[in-house]
Design a binder for this molecule. Sequence first.
Ligand code: SF4
Length: 379
Amino acid sequence: MSGLNAGAAAGVTGPAANPFAGFRDPALARDLAQTIRAEIPDRQVKIMHVCGSHEHTVQKWSLRSILPENLEIFAGPGCPVCVCPSHEVAEAIELARRGAIIATYGDMMRVPTPYGSLAGAKTAGGDVRLIYGPMDAVGLASDNPGRQVVLFAVGFETTAAPNAALIASGAMPGNLSLLTSHRLTVPAMELLLGIGDIHIDAFIAPGHVSVITGSGEWELFAEAYGMPVAVAGFEPVDFLSAVLGLVRQISRGDARLDNTYGRAVTPEGNRYAQRAMAEAFETVPSWWRGIGRVPRSGQVIREKWGEADARRRFELTRVPERQELPPGCSCHLVMLGKIHPTGCPLFGKKCTPATPYGPCMVSHEGTCQIWSQFGGTGG
Ligand code: SF4
């Protein structure tokens, strides 16, 4: 494993007044972009990241505007709220209808589905509360001992890990259970490689997920698929360092893993979090909204922790899985990296952050929402 180290590139070697200053240095960012221009092959190059936070970085710092025109940076399926399937939202709505307190993150409230939304369930009298972390749900359960509280647990590895630790602690309040909609990122990225009309030259792996999984998780792409891959952080110099390393690999025909976020990501990751996830969850095929069924990508609660599982506790009848999006919505194409949000005819017209029509416009991690937030030009 080798490659650029963004910390060294930024000249940040020790404690500083502003620890991000070097990673946001405009001159260094311009130098990196210039080197990318000089070294990129003379053809279209497509690099995909799978993280709403990376798209936010690209947009906030207008990175596409300083990169060469033949370099396309596309966002893939990096928004857990966007890929949460309608039938799982329907389960949460059903539990609200049955009188449980539904504890959920704000972005999930407005996600439109054919079964309605949690905001609609709340309007109809359901008790749906906003939380910022699993301990808020524990607090709700403690404060409401006579009520059932259900944590609608949506998210990738970064969210799954603390929820797993809560389950595996064996110390959950008796009136608290989890309705899980956790997804693993690597299987979705693998799926993308098998879709014939998507050509991707390299992947940028999400830095925060990698804190949990370790950078080693992504070696698979270099070793099995011959694809350059880089773990990147969330400052502009982090991102551009990753892009430069990937462009160099593409130019030279290399395929290896670069960890350009070494200040946070180790090869082995967070072993405690990994153990908690393995203890609490079983890995199963799962449905991704707009994408379909992805093998080995879901996390459901193991039978030994059945009391913590809202599906078992409430004997929920499984709502049929359907790959449904509102008519005319192109979220599936956005999430597969086939188009940018501006390729959807509804973008900025029928679908805006104030009036979200598709799931990618709801969450602050949704590509359409991020593009809208920064003017809709792609950064
Ligand atoms: Fe879906 Fe709206 Fe994005 Fe179009 S603009 S892809 S309708 S979220």
